[in-house]
Design a protein around this ligand. Structure first.
Ligand code: PLP
Length: 477
């Protein structure tokens, strides 16, 4: 062991030092880092290196020798027992059993670099009512700590379900009560529960061809098959969906009707009604992802499909955009037998949500904090949308065209054929601006050249810098 590079550390406070040393040497032998017959460092040298007493090393060696791991040769030293089987060194991190193919890398995440300006779908979290929130947490812990920290209703805290039901009834035309709501950890869990509870291997789920891939992965986790349907400037192409339904039984359709992800278009009223009719005819479920309902700037808000007919719709919403994604709070509204199945499934993977956090959130709703925050954010995002639109027109008119979205958190920019999007994106990243590749939004081998330019998290100055950098990158390619 004189040229031994093995890392061994013993720590005071982690149990007897001679045992720690013995365990470390045993592991090194068992996983092939110390081979049979290898000579160990002398006891003095090892004690010095580890900063422990020599007697501790002697004791560890004696124990291992007694157990047959080591052997001592008079006046020559201590060795790993020669008759132990030879083990090949193992990669420390890998399991010893086979794994299914690795999941695809997450190409939706911008680089983890604060200097990079990223066009993402993330909200601005700088203005969340932190002080009021902290007070609500403290109040809940003080007044309801024991109950809030116990096993509880898997549907979520009653107060939060009541607040959400009230919000959905008053702002989205869903005539529902608290028992119609299941609180989940983000819409992502809601989508996963729908997949697990309602879809089996081979079941067909129609999705928007340009769309939100994390939802598809959640819905398909149990073996369901994703069938992309085209999207145009009026939203999901219902004729194409009808044709798909004639070819194969469709079990569910996942849509983002309010601001289609990523193209931001609203599903027109005529298409909404046709979708509901088609659902009745072919008996499929409509999974309505209403992720940014609050942010409509031009004209009145569009009511969800679920407000027209709740029976075919599994309605999913989130507080990730309204408040913060790290809050992990989403919700589902569905007919009682569907909700029961989702709840049963939730019990198997997560039991319940965060009792303290849910109660604190309910207090924020009761105090009007969430509602005031939404109004502030709506005004802020409205200004940012207009600012970004003006910048695109001024600096990038030769590279992209776009329709001003009526709301939401992003502008969908169609990239002109003359522009090589991959090269443009790479040149932009060199200038510290990140663009999500269209491949992250479709399963198509040849994705249409479009950019979802999420503006919500970028203030006016950041938007200006980012678009100027995009123009410079465009000029450089
Ligand atoms: C289409 C869509 N649905 C839902 C979400 C929110 O997901 P979650 O509620 O799991 O944070 C997002 C966030 O980017 C989204 O773009």
């Amino acid at each position: 062991m004189s040229d031994w590079t093995l890392e061994i550390a013993v720590r005071r406070g982690d149990g007897p030092l001679h045992r720690q040393l013995g365990a470390a040497l045993r592991h090194a032998i068992a996983d092939g880092r110390l081979l049979p017959g290898a000579r160990l460092l002398g006891t003095r040298a090892l004690a010095r290196r580890l900063g422990i007493h020599r007697n501790t090393v002697l004791r560890a060696f004696a124990d291992l020798t007694a157990d047959g791991w080591l052997e001592t040769v008079e006046s020559s030293g201590t060795f790993v027992a020669a008759d132990l089987p030879r083990r090949s060194p193992t990669a420390a991190a890998g399991p010893s059993y086979p794994l299914p193919p690795a999941p695809p890398p997450d190409d939706r995440r911008p680089p983890d670099d604060p200097d990079v300006l990223a066009f993402t779908s993330l909200p601005d979290v700088t203005g969340i009512p932190q002080a009021a929130w902290a007070r609500a947490w403290r109040r809940v812990l003080r007044l309801h700590g024991r109950r809030a920290l116990d096993y509880a209703d898997p549907r979520g805290a009653a107060g939060l379900r009541a607040a959400l039901a009230h919000m959905l009834a008053t702002t989205r035309g869903l005539g529902i009560g608290p028992d119609d709501v299941l609180v989940t950890r983000g819409s992502q869990m809601a989508l996963y529960l729908v997949g697990a509870a309602l879809l089996g291997p081979g079941d067909v789920v129609a999705v928007e061809r340009l769309g939100y891939a994390p939802a598809w992965r959640a819905l398909a986790a149990g073996g369901a098959r994703i069938a992309p349907v085209p999207v145009d400037r009026a939203g999901l192409d219902i004729d194409a969906l009808a044709a798909l339904c004639r070819r194969a039984p469709v079990r569910a359709v996942y849509v983002t009707p309010h601001h289609q992800y990523p193209t931001t278009v609203a599903l027109t009223p005529a298409r909404r009604l046709r979708l509901l009719d088609l659902a009745a005819e072919h008996r499929f479920a409509i999974i309505e992802d209403d992720y940014d309902h609050e942010f409509r700037f031009d004209g009145p808000p569009l009511f969800p499909l679920a407000s027209v007919d709740r029976r075919p719709v599994i309605y999913i919403g989130t507080l990730s955009k309204v408040l913060a994604p790290g809050l992990r709070t989403g919700f589902v509204v569905a007919p009682p037998p569907v909700l029961d199945r989702l709840v049963a499934c939730r019990l198997t993977i997560d039991r319940q949500g965060d009792g303290v956090g849910e109660r604190a959130l309910a207090e924020l709703f009761a105090d009007g904090e969430v509602q005031r925050h939404v109004q502030r954010m709506r005004r802020l995002y409205h200004r940012r949308r207009d600012h970004l639109a003006a910048l695109l027109s001024a600096h990038l008119a030769d590279a992209v065209d776009f329709d001003l979205p009526a709301g939401g958190m992003a502008i969908w920019a169609r990239v002109k054929p003359a522009v090589d999007l991959a090269r443009w994106s790479a040149a932009a990243l060199e200038r510290e601006v990140w663009l999500m590749a269209p491949a992250a939004m479709t399963a198509d081998a040849d994705p249409p050249p479009g950019l979802r330019l999420g503006y919500a998290r970028l203030d006016g100055e950041a938007l200006t810098r980012a678009v100027e950098a995009l123009a410079a990158a465009r000029a450089a390619i």
